[in-house]
Structure formats: structure tokens, C-alpha cells
Design a protein around this ligand. Structure first.
Ligand code: HEM
Length: 504
């Protein structure tokens, strides 16, 4: 993260005349050593309830009684603060310590990206970590802190993979997603509607395998089984923090209270592993050169491709259709005009340069990332005593405390974004570009880049490119489309009810 003295920031953003608004009972008794802090220092409000009972009660509120958004919003009201103490699921018996300090505004949230202040070891899934038996016995890259030497080696390997296959992305995306739209058209013609999610799962997996490894799953033992195998394996890792829509007592007992035994998914995982091992020889050679065993590298490639990449596409692509679909025909027409004109001016070729000339399309996607970030929960453990600032207060955090951010509230902070709850497709055009630093889906500002020293998503540029390619493909083929939206454990269930063929 770019560093800027917190006191300087405070002076710039908060005039000296500002008076404390904190109730005196909650004002910190310790004046903290930073004299230049102009915000009132407040003790972090909130509590964790009675041991064992409190976390379970909170789990039921989070999943069922209130639901995730209300769980946080009601507490913001209660404590009159966007920073407070709260339990995060799953709690007993999976996570022995569910206590976190929640950061729910766009000002406090970014401390989670500052690896000089927070440690990110074993925090990818939050207050619990899935068994390493699900990843070949290794702690894979997403769970490593940049202070661990292996983090740098593995992240370098991922950069190598993406760089070596860079020129395959556009052609393979086009062929996989042309196939997807052709299939959806057929389904629409016969059934009157078409499920985008299932088709997207297959297209996403085929695309990732073909573009990153030059291997076509249907030509191997894997056939069409990839997405199904991944979903089951992901369930074994993430079920403690997912709402699966089952009857609540059954769901809570089976999925949120105990870990599912990894042995039940081992055979499926091995099929995926064999596919990756056979397809990724060139990356495994590079891994050995970097001092990583072929086995450890392969488990990491599997995780990055199936959980980070496939998981991201499974969640984000339906959301793109949902938000653009709901925005209506006016936006569809503007996007179709912009995209077709940029492609025509580029000799009917889709290249990075052509895509750069599609400002509305780019802004629309940033807005989709802002309004519904695909990975909403982020964690970081305070490396030392520190002060975290919301818009109103500064809070003392003790070394070792777990900080947690619910990203959708940070990226819908009304003090940063106007009309935060609205999907404003052109929000990031012109002057709006200055707001891009507050778009943080990649675990860092959109204006910054992943490096071996930070925890920003390795696939940031790759994801940006393929989401743009999705919208380009969509509006080269169609003038407009209609959808129905339901919910699913990972994002939205989108059904297409019409696709209007390109008429200009
Ligand atoms: C829509 C798609 C994606 C989304 C939303 C996404 C999001 C994220 C987020 C939020 C993190 C940080 C997690 C944390 O520590 O809290 C992350 C890390 C990571 N992502 Fe992505 N990602 C996506 C696609 C990809 C792709 C295509 C790759 C391909 C290689 C990838 C590889 C990784 C890796 C390896 C890390 C760990 C980085 C590190 O340890 O420094 N992701 N991603």
C-alpha cells in the first residue's frame, strides 16, 4: 500500500474544530501516544457475549435470524459505530476463537491491505482454516503471509503461469464463451429459458484449462466432470461460512458445527490433481527451478485455478449479468454501440487495445465489482498495537487482535460514494476515475498491483480482462437480454429469459 502518515490524513480530512461525539463512557482513558490524532479516540464498542452461547447465537443471527447484511447494519446502529467487536461464524466447534473487530466503512477497511500492520497467515477463510488434507497436506499460497519465504516463491510461480499463457487468453475465452452462448440460445429455443450458472461453470472450467494449461478437459479422463468435482471440494472447505438454503437446524448441525471429513472427497480431488499434473509440466519445471517440489506446485496450481479462479468466475460472472440485466435496455444499447464501434475501428479484431477504447464498459464492470465484491470477507491479525480510524473515531487495537472487514459495506460507504446502493454504470468515467482507489475487490485498491510483498490477487489483471471479454462477447452477439434472478450459496442464480440478436 502507498503509505501516508495517518496524522497527515487526519488533518487533511478532519478540520481541527471537529469536536468529539463519542459518549464519555466509551472514550478511551488512555490518551495514546499519537498527539496529532484529531479524531476522538474511542474504545472499540461491542462484546462477544457469554462464551460458547454468544458465538452460537451470533451464528444463527448471521445466517438465519437477521442475515449477513442486517447482522452488520443493525450493530452499526446499535453501537453508533462502523467499528465494533462481534463474533464471526462458524464459531464452535470449528473455530475455537470467533472474536473479531469488524471494520465496516471505506476508511478503516484498507488497513487490512497493509501487511506492515496486519498478518495474513491462515486467514483466507477467516476464523477457521480448512484441513490441509484438502490441499495435499500443504498450506497453499492463499493462506501464506508475505513474511513467509514460500509466499514469494509461489506467487512468482503464479505470475510466471499467467505471463507465459498471456496470448492464449483472448482466443480461448472467445471460443469457450461462443460455445456457451450457442448452447444458451439452443436451450432458450427449446425451453423458453436458460440457466446461465450451469453453462458458465462448464465454460469457465474449459476456458481456464485451455488458456492456462493448453489442455482440453473433454479430451481427458476428466471429461465434463471438472465443475462438479470442484464444487464438492469447495463445499468441504467453505461450508462452515456458507448459507446453503437447507432447513436451518440440519444445515447448522451438519455444515456449521463440525468439519466434513476430507476423506469423503479425496477420490474426486485426486482426479482433479491428475488432470493438473498431466497438463502443467511447463509450470512444474519452473517450480523446481524456484525450489518448489512438483507436488506442492501442483496442489497450488489446482487451488489457484479451481478455487481462486473458477470460484471467482462462478460468483462474479452471473453477478455481471444480473447488474447489467437489471440496468435495462438503455445501458444495453449504449454498451452495444460502444463495444461494436471500438471493435470495428480495430479492424473487427478484439485486442487489448480495442478493449481500452470502451470506457463505459470498463466503468460498468468496476461498478459491478464495487456494488457486490465477489470475495466479501477479509481478515488480518494486528501485528502490533495500532490505531484504526473510521470517519468519526480512532480505535485502539491490540497486537494479536483479529480485524475483519465486510467489503460490501466499505465499497458502499455513503461518505465515499454518492447513491452507494445504486448501480451507476458510468460512475467511474471522467472525474469518477478518482474513486477507483476505493474499488478493492482484488484485496487492494484498483489503482495498485499485486506483488510478492503484498496479498493482492495474483489474477487481478487476468480477471479484469476476462470480465471485459464477457461483456464484449455479450454485446457483440446481442442488442439486449432479459433475466430472472434467484439466490444460490455462491452468489446469484441467473436465468436468461431472452437474448435479442444483434441488429446493428
Ligand atoms: C473473479 C475472480 C477473482 C476474485 C474475485 C479474486 C479475489 C481475490 C482476493 C479477495 C484475494 C485475497 C484474499 C485474502 O487474502 O483475503 C485473492 C488472492 C489470490 N488470488 Fe484471486 N481472485 C480472483 C481470481 C483469481 C485468479 C484468476 C487467480 C489466478 C491465478 C487468482 C489467484 C489468487 C492468489 C494466488 C491469491 C493469493 C495471493 C497472495 O497470497 O499474495 N485469483 N484473490
Amino acid at each position: 500500500m502507498a503509505s501516508c502518515s495517518p496524522s497527515l490524513l487526519l488533518q487533511l480530512e478532519f478540520p481541527l474544530t471537529r469536536r468529539p461525539t463519542t459518549p464519555s463512557s466509551e472514550r478511551s482513558t488512555r490518551p495514546f501516544s499519537v498527539r496529532s490524532i484529531k479524531l476522538p479516540i474511542r474504545k472499540v464498542p461491542g462484546d462477544y457475549g457469554i462464551p460458547f452461547i454468544g458465538p452460537i447465537k451470533d451464528r444463527f443471527d448471521y445466517f438465519y435470524n437477521q442475515g449477513r447484511d442486517e447482522y452488520f447494519k443493525s450493530r452499526i446502529q446499535k453501537y453508533r459505530s462502523t467499528v465494533f467487536r462481534v463474533n464471526m461464524p462458524p464459531g464452535p466447534f470449528i473455530a475455537p476463537n470467533p472474536k473479531v473487530v469488524a471494520l465496516l466503512d471505506g476508511k478503516s477497511f484498507p488497513v487490512l491491505f497493509d501487511v506492515t500492520k496486519v498478518e495474513k497467515k491462515d486467514l483466507f477463510t477467516g476464523t477457521f482454516m480448512p484441513s490441509t488434507e484438502l490441499t495435499g497436506g500443504y498450506r497453499v499460497l492463499s493462506y501464506l503471509d508475505p513474511s513467509e519465504p514460500k509466499h514469494g516463491h509461489l506467487k512468482r510461480l503464479m505470475f510466471f503461469l499467467l505471463k507465459s499463457r498471456h496470448d492464449k487468453v483472448i482466443p480461448e475465452f472467445r471460443s469457450s464463451y461462443t460455445e456457451l452462448f450457442q448452447n444458451l440460445e439452443k436451450e432458450l429455443a427449446t425451453k423458453g429459458k436458460a440457466n446461465f450458472g450451469d453453462a458458465n461453470d462448464q465454460a469457465a472450467f474449459n476456458f481456464l484449462a485451455r488458456s492456462l494449461y493448453g489442455s482440453n478437459p473433454t479430451d481427458t479422463q476428466l471429461g465434463l466432470d471438472g465443475p462438479k468435482l470442484i464444487q464438492k471440494w469447495v463445499l468441504f472447505q467453505l461450508s462452515p461460512i456458507l448459507n446453503l438454503g437447507l432447513p436451518r437446524l440440519i444445515e447448522d448441525f451438519i455444515f456449521h458445527t463440525f468439519r466434513l471429513p476430507p476423506s469423503l472427497v479425496k477420490a474426486d480431488y485426486n482426479r482433479l490433481y491428475d488432470f493438473f499434473y498431466q497438463s502443467s509440466g511447463f509450470v512444474l519445471d519452473e517450480a523446481q527451478r524456484l525450489g518448489i517440489s512438483r507436488d506442492e506446485a501442483c496442489h497450488n496450481l489446482l487451488f489457484a485455478t479451481c478455487l481462486n479462479s473458477f470460484g471467482g468466475m462462478k460468483f462474479f460472472f452471473p453477478n455481471v449479468l444480473k447488474w447489467i440485466g437489471r440496468a435495462g435496455v438503455k445501458l444495453h444499447t449504449q454498451l452495444a454501440q460502444e463495444i461494436r464501434s471500438a471493435v470495428r475501428s480495430n479492424g473487427n479484431d478484439i485486442t487489448m487495445a480495442a478493449i481500452e477504447n470502451m470506457p463505459l464498459m470498463k466503468s460498468t464492470l468496476y461498478e459491478a465489482f464495487r456494488i457486490e465484491p465477489p470475495v466479501p470477507l477479509q481478515y488480518g491479525r494486528a501485528k502490533r498495537d495500532l490505531l484504526v480510524e473510521s470517519h468519526e473515531n480512532a480505535f485502539e487495537i491490540k497486537e494479536g487482535e483479529l480485524l475483519f472487514g465486510f467489503q460490501p459495506l466499505a465499497t458502499k460507504d455513503p461518505k465515499i460514494f454518492e447513491r452507494p446502493e445504486e448501480f451507476v454504470a458510468d460512475r467511474f468515467l471522467g472525474e469518477g476515475e478518482k474513486l477507483l482507489k476505493h474499488v478493492v475487490w482484488s484485496n487492494g485498491p484498483e489503482t495498485e498491483s499485486p506483488s510478492i510483498g503484498n496479498k493482492q490477487c495474483v489474477g487481478k489483471d487476468f480477471v479484469t480482462l476476462i470480465s471485459r471479454l464477457l461483456v464484449v462477447e455479450l454485446f457483440l452477439r446481442y442488442d439486449s437480454f432479459d433475466i430472472e434472478v434467484g439466490s444460490s450459496p455462491l452468489g446469484s442464480a441467473v436465468t436468461l429469459t431472452s437474448l435479442k440478436r444483434a441488429s446493428f
